[in-house]
Design a binder for this molecule. Structure first.
Ligand code: SDX
Length: 425
């Protein structure tokens, strides 16, 4: 029910158009513009800067205040007190699990971590030097070739089984991408390890000796998974929702999210940050790169800076920076050259009028790459880790979309091409 009304007067229309205005539990009111089509009008919002595409209860972001809430809980508190699988449960169900519910959920995920043995044959079709994201897009979509028993999108139990399978299998597929790229055998998951420990085991273990996970690295890995879990209607999540609106199966929809995340303006930024820091190479070169980033004629942007929504610090970046310091100190590599360049770059950017005026702050990707590098993960795998982490966000939004009556998404356009003309040659 609309709380308020907006009235739009348009030159050429005799009467003002009345538009319902709705209020959420947090954040800006929204104007329901659907009555515009009855008056022969569309809204125009390239990049959806001012568009609320849906109603959702999962995650709330206040970009001006640098606030991120999952199910109402601040990301800082979840990062300090929770863990990735507990946040997965929260995003899927809207409430934190009881101890009993959590134990059951963790056990269920553990028992879905293997992939069909036929999937291992997929990899042989790829070059060893294929970018792991290209393999992930293929393998995630191909999961729908194996799980015909849970593809009814209108069945809540099927949606739940798909979510569990995806949460459980993404680390296994991600690690397989890495092992394949270095010519080492795939590592089967181990049920005696927790989620992050198991991922590190599948990444760095080998058949010749037992892998003993480093608890510091496992905790940092879990925190990186948690900080990337969900982020409202970002580009890849919006892609998953739109793909889902056609009735496509969940694995195909998640594969579309993997593809959208790959871009350097989005999830590919963490890989691009490391490449940029390595290209800068020394603190003495920072000024030159900052000048390039400010030059309107130079397409170079400072990777890891800026955000469509945050016009303040990305709260995840603050937690990531603290984790970065802790991991590097505990690993005894606190003088990591790239970290020094990153910290100096951040300091310069935060004092520079160009970045201050545009409210460009470090985002979640700015420090994550340095932690991943310290853990021993190659740069090419950074966005794969982001995709692994964000799968829970994608599948939670996909499930929310299908849990209530919905329509296929079909935006319109402002057409500026040729008007009708007859064919004559
Ligand atoms: C993620 O949406 C999400 O929630 C995403 C994400 C998630 O969790 O899902 O948070 C994950 O994608 C984080 C963002 C990762 N991307 C990067 O770090 C790439 C570098 N950042 C930029 O490409 C950019 O900041 C975006 C894409 C993130 C945001 O772009 P917008 O909102 O479209 O902003 P804009 O391009 O309109 O920029 C506004 C101004 C422009 O200058 P003017 O035209 O006003 O002169 O700021 C400038 C831009 O040129 N600008 C930058 C800049 N980012 C914006 N200039 C230099 N370096 C940058 N990084």
């Amino acid at each position: 029910m609309a709380d308020k009304k907006a009235r739009l007067t348009v030159d050429g229309l005799d009467e003002a158009i009345e538009l319902p205005v709705y209020s959420g539990s947090e954040g800006p009111d929204v104007i329901d513009v659907r009555p515009l089509t009855g008056n022969g009008l569309f809204t125009y919002d390239p990049g959806f800067v001012s568009t609320a595409a849906c109603e959702s209860k999962i995650t709330y972001i206040d970009g001006a205040k640098g606030v991120l809430l999952h199910g109402g809980y601040p990301i800082e508190q979840l990062a300090e007190k929770s863990d990735y699988l507990e946040v997965c449960y929260l995003l899927l169900n809207g409430e934190l699990p009881t101890d009993e519910e959590k134990d059951k959920f963790v056990s269920t995920i553990k028992n879905h971590t293997m992939v069909h043995e036929q999937m291992s044959h997929f990899f042989n079709g790829f070059r060893r030097d294929a970018h792991p994201m290209s393999i992930m897009v293929a393998c995630v979509g191909a999961l729908s070739a194996f799980y015909h028993d849970s593809l009814d999108i209108n069945d809540a139990h099927h949606r739940e089984v798909c979510a569990y399978r995806l949460i459980a299998k993404m680390p296994t597929l991600a690690a397989m991408c890495y092992k394949y790229s270095i010519g080492m055998p795939f590592q089967y998951p181990r049920n005696d390890l927790n989620y992050a420990e198991n991922f590190l085991h599948m990444m760095f273990g080998n058949p010749c000796e037992e892998y003993v996970p480093n608890p510091i690295l496992a905790k940092a890995m879990d925190k990186i998974f948690l900080l990337h879990a969900d982020h409202e209607q970002n580009a890849s999540t919006s892609t998953v929702r739109l793909a889902g609106s056609s009735g496509a199966n969940p694995f195909a929809c998640i594969a579309s999210g993997v593809a959208a995340l790959w871009g350097p303006a989005h999830g590919g930024a963490n890989e691009a940050v490391l490449t940029m820091l390595e290209e800068i190479g020394d603190e003495s070169n920072i000024e030159e790169f900052v000048a390039k980033a400010k030059d309107p004629n130079d397409p170079f942007r400072l990777m890891g800076f800026g955000h469509r929504v945050y016009r303040n610090f990305d709260p995840r970046a603050k937690v990531m920076k603290a984790t970065c310091d802790q991991v590097l100190t505990e690993l005894g590599v606190e003088d990591e050259p790239l970290l020094k360049i990153a910290k100096r770059l951040e300091q310069i950017a935060l004092e520079d009028e160009y970045f201050v005026a545009r409210k460009l702050y470090p985002n979640v990707d700015f420090y994550s790459g340095i932690i991943l590098k310290a853990i021993g993960i190659p740069t090419s795998m950074f966005t794969v880790i982001f995709a692994l982490s964000r799968t829970i966000g994608w599948i939670s939004h996909w499930s929310e979309f299908h849990s209530s009556p919905n329509k296929i998404g079909r935006p319109r356009q402002l057409y500026t091409g040729p008007s009708r003309r007859d064919y004559s040659k």
